[in-house]
Write a protein that binds this ligand. Sequence first.
Ligand SMILES: [Zn+2]
Ligand SMILES: [Zn+2]
Length: 358
Amino acid sequence: MPPRNPDFDVAFDPLELQTNDDHVNAGGIAPVVTEATHEQKRPPRRIVWRNVVLFTLLHAYSLWGIICIPWAHPLTWLFTIFLYTASAIGVTAGAHRLWAHRSYKAKLPMRIILTMMNSMALQNDIIEWARDHRVHHKYSETDADPHNARRGFFFSHIGWLLVRKHPDVKDKGKNIDLSDLYADPVLRFQRKYYVPSVLLMCFLIPTLVPHFLWGESLWYAFLIPGLLRLCATLNATWMVNSVAHMKGDKPYNKFINPVENIFVIFGAVGEGFHNYHHTFPHDYSTSEFGWKFNLTTFFIDCFAKMGLATDRRKMPYNLVFRRALKTGDGSHHGVQKHLQETEANEEKTLESEKPKDE
Ligand SMILES: [Zn+2]
Ligand SMILES: [Zn+2]
């Protein structure tokens, strides 16, 4: 039997840490092995030149796309924003919250829509994405984490896609149970026809719709809703792995690297509440604030209203608060209020206990 994956199908005790990281535990014990030791033990970097060339070209053409924006049709601008949002949600509501974490259930029409939106984002098929993500949560900030943030900003942002995977990522990845993903025919279909689905959703539709519906030039349509939009979605997702593992508050768990970062919250349609998410990975909203800065939660809730999304798992506020009080860095709004009230009450008590001078 494969080892149980803490990201799903396991009794959820919110007051215990969710990480299985060998080096980080509930006591907040610092890594015994330093980063320098890890660096020495790492096999030499093997660069994947094909990806280096492709990502360089993508960024260069995206820059060209930015320059062309003023000459494009205004409907092309709106269409680009629409496709950016759709492809981002294909990753956040689909690959991430539904399939990697099983934080809610979705009926067939919703799963098909999410899969189409996901192919538009060109971030590997959902089974592969979810496997990498389950490994990321289970072995966060170790060499088995595909985008280990301890290796620096560049590596966790895009560098991990430009080199061969660390052997630990492959070894630990093999032990991740993916049977629930392979059991879904929609995911098997996407995996089998991934290349044609990407050609259609990520390149043909973004290029042909503006050309035929409002007469946009094929080149501008390819550059702006096609390449520039793709590049922006990729960078927004990568920011969750890089920035949201580095700079920000840790209201729920100060013993882990992931943080709450406002820039990522905006860019990644609600995925920047990353300290919350790594502390409560089963919460379908990845935040305690509902729709606030969280388009993905709004999207899932709309589908829930239509009866297509069910069994949304949510952490009750009292448990979130208790956890923040126990392991947070003190920046949690409820904890701050609680501490202020406690302080005021103590002052009042001291005041009333003082002997009154006649
Ligand atoms: Zn996650
Ligand atoms: Zn993370």
